[in-house]
Write a protein that binds this ligand. Structure first.
Ligand SMILES: *Cc1c(COP(=O)(O)O)cnc(C)c1O
Length: 418
């Protein structure tokens, strides 16, 4: 069962003030989850979570996470600027970009961010861009091939395809990058890898950690550099389907600790700090897209037209992703109607749900689309001239704050030359 973090009564009051559609976030849920994560890695003294800003680039959210001890993982100029404006600078920023323009390296360096190089050719490019090599530097590793985990507890397979991904360096390249960066003056080295996305398994991070810890031991022996941190990146998933079990972050932290004690500690590397760059896990479940049913259509199938569209949440259109839907006030009614829940774009993939069994929907009903807190609003766009929605924050005391106003026609027209 998935239960919204707002009640129908709350939403009736909120929608009287803020028109649908909008995204709303749950401060209490975000904070509790961030604390569980921190606790799970508290055995590692240097541990830090760098929230992947691209998942939810909204200052109010970044500030809550800052209060919970998180930094920012940025991948572009505007994400760097937003972090700076939120007071998150220096080594509280990890700059994990790819295909990076020089001006972005320059800003990252000016802010004192830890720069994570995606490719061997960027060693020289970075030096040319900023005029030196930073003392502390990270390189992204791509082991190639196919990454699989079959022995996961619930039988959920984890499989992803690093060999087909554009990110990171080969094994030989990362050794060469370390050797060259060392010769150019770098003193503290880190390794980063992102091998699988949205994993629903407590075994992913420990398996990734084993690969990176062994690599760190080997690279330190081969190149003589001092490896001071390992960045496990993102990839811990959330259960989008109501019958999927959530990850157990305490078990994940413990699995990583075992790998650390088996591989790094005996190699004399028991002082290595661990970093994470989670986005989805930090915010996904703590956001809802709230929309209203405005049309019903009966042709070869039954359609419910809502006032949100794929511009507000792209994942179903782009990946066919499942997002659970609750029809507010009808939680106890039987799901005996089969609907396609659609938006108004002139694209037939603009469907939040296809052949979904739901209670009978009446015009004016409020629908909560679940798990939109990460990669939801942030992937929005303006196709068909649709305007970006507002974002609201449900505070811990039950009050609601506007944290991003809805776009207006004037905003949309602002860049046009008439
Ligand atoms: C997208 C991304 C993340 C966050 O991924 P999640 O799946 O949201 O946890 C972290 N690091 C990098 C480099 C990314 O591109």
């Amino acid at each position: 069962m998935k239960t919204p973090f707002v009640t129908k009564e709350q939403l009736d009051a909120i929608t009287a003030q803020y028109p649908t559609p909008f995204h709303i976030y749950d401060e209490a849920g975000i904070r509790e989850n961030a604390r569980r994560l921190r606790e799970a890695f508290s055995w590692n003294p240097g541990y830090r979570e760098y929230f992947a800003v691209k998942a939810t680039p909204t200052p109010a959210i970044l500030k809550i996470l800052k209060e919970e001890g998180c930094g920012c993982d940025c991948s572009s100029l505007t994400e760097l600027l937003m972090s700076e404006k939120c007071g998150i600078t220096g080594e509280n920023i990890m700059f994990s970009s790819n295909d990076t323009p020089a001006e972005e390296f320059q800003l990252a360096d000016k802010l004192g961010a830890i720069i994570n190089l995606d490719d061997l050719t960027l060693v020289d490019y970075l030096e040319q861009s900023i005029g030196h090599i930073p003392q502390k530097i990270c390189c992204r590793y791509n082991p190639g091939g196919v990454f699989t985990l079959s022995e996961t507890r619930e039988g959920f397979q984890v499989m992803d395809n690093p060999g087909d991904a554009k990110y990171g360096m080969t094994r030989a390249q990362i050794a060469e990058a370390f050797t060259r960066l060392h010769a150019m003056g770098a003193k503290e080295f880190g390794i980063h890898a992102f091998l699988a996305s949205n994993t629903l398994s407590n075994a992913y991070y420990p398996a990734l950690a084993r690969i990176l810890f062994q690599l760190a031991v080997d690279l330190q022996n081969e190149t003589g550099v001092h490896i001071t941190f390992i960045n496990l990146s993102g990839g811990i998933g959330i259960p989008y389907q109501p019958d999927q079990p959530a990850n157990d972050i305490a078990a994940i932290g413990d699995g990583v600790r075992q790998a650390y004690e088996e591989i790094l500690v005996p190699a004399g590397m028991g002082d290595v700090a661990l970093y994470t760059e989670l986005g989805r896990f930090m915010l996904g479940p703590y956001g809802h897209l709230v929309t209203r049913a405005i049309h019903e259509k009966h042709i070869y199938k039954e359609y419910i037209g809502v006032d949100a569209c794929a511009c507000n949440l792209m994942r179903p259109a782009m990946y066919g992703s499942y997002h659970h839907i609750t029809v507010m006030g009808k939680e106890d009614q039987p799901c005996n109607h089969k609907y396609d829940v659609v938006g108004g774009l002139c694209e037939n993939n603009d469907k939040f749900a296809v052949d979904r069994m739901l209670p009978k929907i009446d015009m004016g009903d409020l629908l909560v689309i679940h798990d939109t807190g990460a990669h939801g609003f942030s992937m929005g766009y303006n196709y068909n001239g649709k305007l970006r929605s507002a974002e609201l924050l449900l505070r811990q005391d039950g009050s609601v704050e506007l944290i991003r106003r809805a776009e207006t026609v004037e905003d949309y027209f602002r860049t046009l030359v008439w």
